[in-house]
Design a protein around this ligand. Sequence first.
Ligand SMILES: [Zn+2]
Length: 74
Amino acid sequence: MALVVHACRSLCQWAPTGSTTGGLRLFACAGCGSEWVRTEPWSPRQADGSWPPGVREELASSGPGAGAAGSAGS
Ligand SMILES: [Zn+2]
């Protein structure tokens, strides 16, 4: 899949889009237009460095496509 990823400055304001791509929840940044799903090797952060709503939950979830991000613990 080809997500849009732009360099962020102090604009980032992430939120779930309510859409999915490849069975994964799609998040988007209203500030710079980047997109993210949990299989990406990076994690989105807000402009102030905090976790966007839903992102930590998404990273902790497991399901189709999981396997790479094994930080859920047992
Ligand atoms: Zn951004």
